[in-house]
Write a protein that binds this ligand. Sequence first.
Ligand SMILES: NC(=O)c1ccc[n+]([C@@H]2O[C@H](COP(=O)([O-])OP(=O)(O)OC[C@H]3O[C@@H](n4cnc5c(N)ncnc54)[C@H](O)[C@@H]3O)[C@@H](O)[C@H]2O)c1
Length: 258
Amino acid sequence: MNRFTGKVVAVTAAAQGIGEGVARAMAAEGAHVVLADRSPLVTAVHEAITAEGGEARAFQADLESYAAARELVAYTVAEFGHVDILVNLVGGTIWRKPYEHYGEEEIEAEIRRSLFPTLWGCRAVLPHMIERGRGVIVNVSSNATRSVNRVPYAAAKGGVNAITASLAFEAAAKGVRVCATAPGGTEAPPRRIPRHPGTMTAQEEIWHQETVDQTTEGTFLKRYGTMAEQVAPILFLASDDASYITGTTLPVAGGDLG
Ligand SMILES: NC(=O)c1ccc[n+]([C@@H]2O[C@H](COP(=O)([O-])OP(=O)(O)OC[C@H]3O[C@@H](n4cnc5c(N)ncnc54)[C@H](O)[C@@H]3O)[C@@H](O)[C@H]2O)c1
């Protein structure tokens, strides 16, 4: 398929995981892709896409700030002329534990990681898309909006769902679609860029396993999804095949609606 031939796409969290998968799949379908991530490992993804004949740029920044989100949009426009699609993927729970064990700074860090990059990304790209009268934003939420041991992350992703619905409502008349997927547990190789600073204690390992068990048991299919099963729905929502879909958060979690 070549659903993205000539389309300009900015993908955040593109150095690994679902973001890398989305960037590579879109580039393979003809997109011009800006790979945004705070890790220098994003250059390896850039090199891989280029080696496969794709068109990409790497943009390294911490996307928890509005300034960085604006720089990403400006960089994409400078390199490729405009932005057709923004995929907001930065997020991921940092800690897993019952809420009474979270410290104040940890709660704020979870919100900065999993809510603000999407809030800032949408805000930064919106004037450009409205000016052009067209554009698509795909946010990536989580089925963990109903889960154990991740209340701050759940709050952040619930916010992503609300951004998606409300922004889609007000931006529809201006030509901008806004959708999201809500992934469930996803099989992935060990993360080169860890979410959690340092090693887990024995107690944290137990709390971590509780989330894995709850995630699996909460699905109809009783298994984690694959990376390809997460990437494909994001590409669908970003493509013109989804032109009559906006404001929707699509659960991609084996039957778990989050
Ligand atoms: N993997 C899963 O099982 C799963 C399940 C549900 C939802 N999700 C969501 O999917 C998205 C991607 O998850 P993943 O597990 O594939 O990613 P990951 O945790 O493997 O990688 C995250 C990437 O984001 C980058 N990043 C983190 N903070 C950043 C920041 N402030 N600025 C710029 N880059 C930053 C990291 O460097 C890394 O490359 C996240 O929003 C996550 O919440 C993932």
